[in-house]
Design a protein around this ligand. Structure first.
Ligand SMILES: Nc1nc2c(ncn2[C@@H]2O[C@H](COP(=O)(O)OP(=O)(O)OP(=O)(O)O)[C@@H](O)[C@H]2O)c(=O)[nH]1
Ligand SMILES: [Mg+2]
Length: 293
């Protein structure tokens, strides 16, 4: 068995930064997490990719091709479809040499920000299906920039996008509010009100503050209740400056994909574990834990 996080989210939501943060955090406790870049348009990121789609195809290849004539978005879809047609390339890249024991590998896939690949196209699902066929247990991790979630109407909109991804991918899923460090104190407390969704609080906000809310009061109310009644979508805040917060998120995802239960955790050979190792009891996270982030 191998393990994977499939990191998606709108353009600029902090996916590549999240990947780097998780890898660094894991490395601090000697644990190996490799990152796979599947964004053919990526220009800069801080990590050293274990596999990079740009070795197979680059967005410019699709855009500069005389026959294809794609723009950036169509070009991106083309590149990922090309990857699917050449899935053998990916399979081999993920199994670099026969000597390497891939069992219990832990990889994070850094995906492009074109969210339609995961909401209504089937590209995301097909890649996940491949990974599952290759013995990966996969969790999708959906990032939304917390700055775009601080009023009621935006929160509903972000929630519905998350729901759309969850419904389309049909795999274990974790939603993350990124860039908490950038929020003002008042914006943080606003957001906290929504984290334990309270349809009345949301509704009042929306009705007071947006044209959409005034016009669609009953619909907003129904959506608020729906999300709450079925505990459909939950968000966990992420502040990349807070190691405990990062650790909680990693642990939550590990639990979702049952990593550590039957895996031999891969650690660097030269690593001495710290004395008071995490006993794993704090994986249940309570929104109140984040109140002071
Ligand atoms: N302060 C702060 N900045 C962040 C954080 N995460 C990302 N950023 C910044 O936001 C910008 C976009 O971050 P990326 O990690 O490249 O976002 P992405 O989702 O990979 O973007 P695309 O791949 O283009 O869709 C960069 O300037 C990052 O430095 C965060 O948690 N805190
Ligand atoms: Mg990126």
């Amino acid at each position: 068995m191998r393990y994977a996080q499939f990191v998606i989210g709108p353009a600029g939501s902090g996916k590549s930064t999240y990947c780097t943060t998780m890898q660094r955090h894991a490395a601090d406790s000697g644990r190996i997490i490799e990152i796979v870049n599947l964004d053919p348009a990526a220009e800069v990121f801080e990590y050293q990719p274990f596999v990079d789609i740009r070795d197979l195809i680059h967005l410019d290849d699709a855009m500069e091709d005389e026959e294809l004539h794609y723009g950036p978005n169509g070009g991106l879809i083309f590149c990922l479809e090309f990857l699917l047609e050449n899935s053998e390339w990916l399979r081999e890249a993920l199994n670099p040499d026969m000597e390497h024991d891939t069992d219990d590998d832990y990889l994070i896939f850094d995906m492009p920000g074109q969210i339609e690949m995961f909401t209504h196209l089937d590209i995301g699902r097909k890649i996940i299906k491949l990974l599952e066929d290759w013995d990966f247990r996969v969790c999708s991790v959906f990032l939304v920039d917390s700055q775009f979630m601080t009023d009621g109407a935006k929160f509903i909109s972000g929630t519905l996008t998350a729901l759309s991804v969850m419904a389309n991918l049909e795999i274990p899923h974790v939603n993350i509010l990124s860039k908490m460090d950038l929020l003002s104190k008042s914006a943080r407390s606003q957001l906290e009100k929504y984290l334990e969704p309270d349809p009345d609080a949301l509704l009042n906000e929306i009705v007071d503050e947006s044209a959409w809310g005034r016009k669609h009061k009953r619909l907003s109310s129904a959506i608020g209740s729906l999300v709450q009644d079925y505990s459909l979508v939950r968000f966990t805040p992420l502040n990349i400056d807070d190691e405990e917060n990062i650790s909680d998120i990693l642990l939550t995802i590990d639990n979702v994909i049952q990593y550590g239960e039957d895996a031999d955790v891969k650690i660097r050979e030269d690593f001495d574990p710290p004395e008071d190792n995490d006993d794993g009891e704090n994986f249940m996270h309570d929104p109140e834990d984040y109140a002071n982030l």
